[in-house]
Design a binder for this molecule. Structure first.
Ligand code: HPA
Length: 269
């Protein structure tokens, strides 16, 4: 097949080439995608190498939603690794297609990244988790009906959420619970019946991101760690209605703890 400028691999190659030029770095070791509530400590994760507006890089888009940032920070971590820190992501509900959703993951793979940390804000299905609780993702259920894979690409998903990284995150903060993340398409929040369904299926967290990115990361052979911030009880778990502004506010309230957690994690990755 002839590559065209906008096939997903060529676009990721183009973006990677531009990052190499602009950051003056040949490759990277790890990448972090910082979701709602997770961005505040981004600048403290290491020595800055470059700070690039995502919207200027091939194939990336400025996140449309309040609370979702739009920079790519390139940093040298305290252990001497080069990290790509994405302070924004494209969501499936933005209707740019799945390739746009996983473009950051593919770009990171082109730059040689082997460890990916995905973070997000999510609704808590488990009633024991109050807003502000970070939860390590142990597995996921993809209810979007979509996949970033093209053609008959039969990749193994048995250890998508790398067990050694789950263990490492639990060493960093032994109080962190683990849970199964269920990705819905959104952008509407779930109905109480959908949340009950997620619970019956074995889900602990509901959200609108992350699972599709994890699939692309596994295709690229990356190790993947995921952490959700519970920003709210999922619909019907309490009698509180859901409100995007409150979801963002819960992320902001948890920001200091999350910044510390990400910094500690980056210190051992
Ligand atoms: N559902 C889906 N996505 C979310 C939620 C939720 O309850 N909270 C934050 N992101």
């Amino acid at each position: 097949m002839n590559a065209t400028v906008d096939d997903p691999t060529s676009l990721a190659l183009e973006a990677a080439a531009q990052i190499r030029t602009q950051a003056g770095t040949a490759s990277a070791d790890l990448a972090l995608v910082l979701g709602s509530g997770w961005k505040s400590g981004a600048d403290q994760l290491g020595t800055p190498v470059a700070d690039l507006p995502l919207g200027d890089l091939p194939g990336f888009h400025i996140p449309a939603v309040a609370g979702h940032g739009g920079r790519l920070l390139v940093l040298t971590t305290p252990t001497g690794k080069t990290a790509l820190v994405f302070t924004g992501r494209t969501h499936f509900y933005e209707e740019r297609g799945v390739d746009a959703v996983v473009h950051g993951v593919r770009t990171a793979a082109e730059l040689g990244v082997t460890t990916l940390v995905l973070t997000n804000g999510a609704g808590g299905v488990n009633p024991a988790w109050a807003p502000g609780q970070p939860v390590i993702i142990s597995d996921h259920i993809n209810l979007t009906g979509a996949s970033p894979l093209h053609g008959p690409t039969f990749i193994d998903m048995s250890t998508t959420w790398t067990p050694a990284l789950v263990a490492l995150a639990q060493q960093v903060d032994p109080s962190l619970p683990t849970g199964v993340y269920v990705q819905f398409r959104g952008p509407q929040y779930e109905t109480p019946a959908e949340v009950r369904m997620a619970r019956v299926l074995g889900g602990d967290l509901v959200g609108m991101s992350t699972a599709l990115e994890a699939i692309a990361a596994r295709e690229a052979g990356m190790d993947v760690l995921g952490i959700s911030l519970v920003t709210n009880a999922a619909a019907g778990v309490t009698d509180q209605p859901l409100d995007h502004a409150e979801v963002i506010a819960a992320g902001e309230a948890a920001a200091p703890r999350l910044a510390g957690l990400v910094r500690d994690l980056v210190g051992v990755l």
